[in-house]
Design a binder for this molecule. Structure first.
Ligand SMILES: Cc1cc2nc3c(=O)[nH]c(=O)nc-3n(C[C@H](O)[C@H](O)[C@H](O)COP(=O)(O)OP(=O)(O)OC[C@H]3O[C@@H](n4cnc5c(N)ncnc54)[C@H](O)[C@@H]3O)c2cc1C
Ligand code: SF4
Length: 336
């Protein structure tokens, strides 16, 4: 590790001021950042420990919920209001990592965790995300875990979070605070596609930090499912995941939201494809057509071609589970 200074501000204003220093990095639970520092992928010169900021509460807000950036993932997944009103979010969180990691991992840190691309972690290989303009080891390398949608010739990394896939389907809003004040970013606009600047994972401006996530007052409790497919049943990142939510009235779909994880640089949604489900009877053939539309732009890069049929089956399965009101269990992870 390279030497760094360490600060523990107690107000958001002080944290934002400290974060504006070149080379500074925020640290919350440290479950991602410390790993990256040990591998010399991240080399901050100043660590701003935000653990003492007053961002640890889940509160009622405009009929929905506001989750502070420091609320641990376990606390969110076990909160009675989240379980009753946003079970999709609880399910997605429980699909990730391990109980010990979820206890330490924070809401803001989960959003801002970095890709699990092997080349990103290996400083002996080229990687445009780690070192801009150095090349991409994955493009012609081992790329079975990489993205099939929204890629560029600069980067084909995926965003690794499970929680964010559910937040995308729930149309969450990210509250941030920065040197110019506070603003709210719709979840779909928070993370970025790689394009020409894969070193930027999100649309935070310099010095900005996440302070909370807002969940709108909506009801997707009856019909939802978070389905995660991975190499092992637990303690593995998603090859493909699906957060499926439906609102069904008189046997017809009146609203549909489907977000995919493990397939792109950000949780992937296609609102036009979702709109085409409205007014339809929720049957398998329709879900298959929807999956085909969603995956039509998919562009495999060799080793990850298997993700297209895998994602197709996962989308159909998750929507079938959601429609039937039988969501995927995260305690018995076997898929029937
Ligand atoms: C072995 C292992 C397995 C895992 N498996 C999964 C999995 O299956 N699914 C999954 O989703 N995740 C998984 N994770 C990732 C885990 O969820 C993240 O490491 C965790 O959520 C990060 O939260 P943290 O508070 O520890 O963040 P930190 O490590 O403290 O920070 C991570 C990044 O976020 C930034 N940051 C932190 N807080 C803020 C803020 N408020 N505003 C702006 N930036 C901020 C930091 O500067 C840093 O860049 C796994 C991790 C490990 C180590
Ligand atoms: S896919 Fe992205 S993160 Fe992975 S090596 Fe290429 S540029 Fe780096």
């Amino acid at each position: 590790m390279t030497p760094f200074t360490y600060q523990r501000p107690t107000t958001v204003a002080d944290a934002v001021a400290a974060a504006a220093t070149p080379g500074a990095k925020l640290i919350a639970g440290g479950t991602n950042l410390i790993d990256l520092m040990k591998e010399s992928v991240e080399r901050p010169t100043a660590l701003i420990d935000i653990g003492r900021l007053p961002l640890g509460a889940i509160e009622e807000a405009d009929g929905g919920l506001r989750i502070g950036a420091l609320v641990p993932n376990t606390t969110v997944a076990e909160d009675e209001r989240v379980l009753a009103r946003y079970p999709l979010l609880a399910s997605a969180i429980l699909a990730g990592a391990t109980p010990q990691l979820r206890n330490a991992a924070s809401t803001g840190g989960n959003l801002n965790q970095r890709t699990r691309c092997y080349y990103f972690y290996d400083v002996a290989t080229p990687c445009n995300k780690r070192t801009p303009e150095s090349g991409c080891g994955a493009l012609r390398g081992v790329n079975r875990i990489h993205a099939i949608l929204g890629t560029s010739d600069m980067c084909i990394a995926t965003h690794p979070s499970d929680m964010c896939v559910a937040l995308a389907a729930l149309d969450a809003v990210v509250e941030v605070e920065g040197p110019e004040g506070g603003r709210a970013i719709p979840f779909a606009d928070y993370h970025r596609l790689p394009e020409e600047t894969p070193q930027r994972d999100n649309n935070l401006l310099p010095g900005e930090m996440v302070t909370a996530i807002r969940l709108p007052n909506e009801d997707f409790t009856a019909h939802h499912s978070y389905l995660k497919l991975r190499d092992r049943l637990s303690y593995a990142f998603a090859l493909v995941s699906v957060a499926a939510t439906l609102r069904i009235e008189d046997d017809r779909i009146v609203e549909a939201r489907v977000a995919l994880g493990g397939v792109a640089h950000k949780p992937w949604r296609d609102r036009e494809a979702e709109a085409a489900l409205i007014g339809k009877i929720p049957v398998r053939t329709m879900f298959e057509g929807f999956a085909d539309t969603l995956l039509a732009p998919a562009a495999p890069r060799g080793g990850n071609a298997f993700k297209i049929p895998l994602a197709r089956r996962a989308i159909v399965r998750a929507l079938t589970q959601a429609a039937a009101g039988t969501p995927q269990s995260q305690t018995n992870k076997r898929i029937a």
